[in-house]
Design a protein around this ligand. Structure first.
Ligand code: HEC
Length: 219
């Protein structure tokens, strides 16, 4: 530290003292530490879950509407090839931009998946099973947030139901899928499980992974 910097610091400290700010007694370090811990604890798990739910709900809402819009636009323009590109997360710039903006890992999973990359993990399967059970019981289903332990990741899920007949062109019963699409599906997804759906059916779920520290920072 240069002399002039030391001098400036000394002057600032004198001024502070002269104004009476330094007369407050310093708290013992131990007490300060406990207070800091309290400050950290004030961000409760409930706060984190609420914040994650809000973020997840808005991200998936945006993603779903862009998805739906692009798929129907492409389907009417280019038929299967164009739309299939948009029903895949890989050819999907939105995934990257959302990932960057919210540092979130975004995908869709289904127990009847078309692409094996969209098969659920064990934890995701538990959530999907719970959704499927609730649908059988005619119960409402909504987003679900849980901490992935151990670690600093939070899992957000939200059900995806078939919103319209558009989806049935590629996910409906054999009579609803054209021969052209059937042929391509057989070639590209030989183990396809994602057919036989009706409007309103549970097609799968959004699965987002957030970093806990990012959520806490935003609180
Ligand atoms: C033009 C055909 C086509 C249409 C229309 C279509 N999809 Fe898909 N869908 C696909 C293809 C192809 C995949 C596999 C994408 C991949 O490789 O990741 C897929 C995958 C999915 C997945 C991921 C799980 C899985 O099975 O791999 C979900 C969820 C999904 N579609 C939902 C929908 C919904 C909801 C609609 C209606 C809004 C819809 N799709 C319309 C072709 C289509």
């Amino acid at each position: 530290m240069s002399h002039s910097t030391k001098l400036s610091i000394a002057i600032v400290m004198m001024v502070v003292w002269a104004c009476g700010f330094s007369t407050e007694k310093r708290r013992p370090k131990q007490i300060e530490d406990t207070q800091q811990q309290r400050a950290v604890k004030k961000v409760s798990e409930a706060d984190i879950i609420n914040k994650t739910t809000k973020l997840g709900d808005s991200i998936t809402q945006i993603a779903a509407s862009v998805f739906m819009g692009k798929t129907s636009e492409k389907f009417s323009e280019d038929g299967y090839k164009g739309a299939a590109e948009y029903c895949s997360m890989n050819a999907y710039p939105l995934t990257d931009s959302l990932a960057k903006e919210y540092k979130v890992f975004l995908k869709r999973v289904s127990s009847k998946y078309r692409n094996p990359n969209n098969a659920p993990s064990d934890l995701e399967r538990q959530v999907l099973d719970a959704y499927e059970y609730s649908v059988e019981q005619d119960d409402e289903i909504g987003s679900n947030v849980q901490f992935i332990r151990p670690g600093d990741t939070i899992l957000y899920n939200k059900p995806i139901r078939i919103p319209s007949e558009l989806c049935l062109n590629c996910h409906g019963s054999p009579s609803q899928i054209s021969d052209e699409i059937k042929t391509i599906l057989k070639e590209e997804y030989p183990q396809d499980l994602a057919t036989g759906y009706k409007v309103g059916d549970l097609r799968g779920m959004w699965s987002l992974k957030f970093l806990k520290k990012e959520i806490v920072q935003g609180l």
